[in-house]
Design a protein around this ligand. Structure first.
Ligand SMILES: NC(=O)c1ccc[n+]([C@@H]2O[C@H](COP(=O)([O-])OP(=O)(O)OC[C@H]3O[C@@H](n4cnc5c(N)ncnc54)[C@H](OP(=O)(O)O)[C@@H]3O)[C@@H](O)[C@H]2O)c1
Length: 333
């Protein structure tokens, strides 16, 4: 298969890098000149909790124009949500009619936005792990987890190739409940971004856990009013999460260790966005809850204040405000 990546940043370079390093497909990455130069100088290194998958620069085709994706069998859309409509337009002009398009983005509406321009060939996806760009061609995956794809035509063949590269792939008839579950987990991204704390510390420090539990609990209450039932997370109902987070730290360690592996350096991509002076996806995460609450005539004050704080940090452009758990609790409650 020839597989394209539209938006070769953290997720796109990691997944594209795994495919290219395993040499299981021809890979075409489309992204920015800065990253093209980084990879040309240092090769593409998808680092997976201690293991490095290297795709030599000579084997990586990196372009800066979507026109390069014209002969791909499948294209993975890996841009931030705010850029989805724009790249849908770019892809509409270049893709083959039978090319499959997969959204590997967070948020609830990307596949729908892509379908508006590209039709029913669009497959929604959920990436269950996180990746940050560390410079010098290194894309660092900080936790375990699968990529979940909607079981639509085109997804099965692609799933086979992704599995051949060693990635954990699940196919699901209904993706929306899994997208809501991922959104619930992503509500902690803003806590990570505002504090600058690594994911491990968010799980270990009771002050951060109390805050994340309250944010998720508020969101779950809004979903309940809306009649939305998120999927279980590896067999555990997501509704249990606030209770789990409020357990003593030693018990939380045992429960989370059974669920996933987290590298001590892992941080959210929202933290990375603030540090790099970019706009975040807070509107598509906590903002999705605030908007849903507002449509239902209920309030979601914690998530609302988080959105305001993140926007203030974006406007300040000085990176993460690095608030500790107590300062954050005081600011948000
Ligand atoms: N990173 C994670 O851990 C993670 C995990 C799960 C899901 N996701 C989701 O995956 C999506 C991508 O996240 P990410 O962290 O990989 O973002 P990212 O690092 O910002 O990567 C996206 C890249 O695409 C580039 N781009 C945007 N529009 C383009 C265009 N028209 N042509 C060429 N390049 C373009 C961006 O450049 P500019 O910055 O210059 O626009 C950026 O370099 C998001 O929806 C995110 O929520 C991320």
């Amino acid at each position: 298969m020839r597989i394209g990546v539209m938006g070769a940043g953290s997720i796109g370079c990691y997944v594209g890098g795994r495919l290219a390093a395993a040499d299981v497909a021809e890979v075409v990455l489309v992204g920015r000149e800065r990253i093209r130069q980084e990879i040309a100088a240092h090769d593409l290194r998808a680092v997976d909790m201690g293991r490095e998958h290297v795709a030599p620069a000579a084997r990586v085709r990196f372009e800066t124009d979507a026109a390069a994706l014209g002969d791909c069998d499948a294209v993975l859309v890996c841009v931030k949500c705010a850029q989805t409509a724009e790249v849908a337009g770019e892809l509409a002009g270049v893709l083959r009619a039978d090319a499959c398009v997969v959204s590997l983005q967070n948020g609830m509406h990307n596949a729908e936005r892509l379908r508006a321009r590209l039709g029913e060939r669009v497959v929604a996806g959920v990436v269950g792990f996180n990746v940050v760009s560390k410079g010098e061609g290194v894309f660092f995956r900080g936790m375990s987890g699968p990529i979940q794809l909607e079981a639509r035509p085109g997804a099965r063949r692609l799933a086979g190739v992704l599995r051949a590269a060693g990635l954990e792939i699940e196919l699901h008839e209904a993706l929306e409940p899994l997208q809501w579950t991922k959104l619930m987990l992503n509500l902690n991204n803003a806590v990570s971004a505002l504090s600058g704390a690594p994911t491990v510390e968010l799980l270990r420090a009771p002050g951060f856990r109390r805050l994340v539990a309250a944010v998720i609990e508020e969101a779950l209450a809004v979903l309940k009013v809306a009649g939305i039932a998120p999927a279980a997370l590896r067999g555990v109902p997501i509704g249990w999460m606030p209770t789990v987070l409020r357990l003593p730290t030693w018990l939380v360690r045992i429960v989370t260790r059974a669920q996933m592996k987290v590298d001590p350096e892992a941080r959210s991509s929202m933290w990375e966005d603030l540090e790099r002076g970019r706009l975040t996806e807070v509107e598509q995460l906590n903002g999705e809850i605030v908007a849903l609450a507002s449509r239902l005539g209920v309030d979601a004050p914690l998530n609302r204040r988080i959105v305001e704080r993140i926007h203030a940090a974006e406007a300040a452009g000085a990176g993460s405000p690095r608030l500790d758990a107590e300062a954050l609790w005081a600011a948000l409650t």
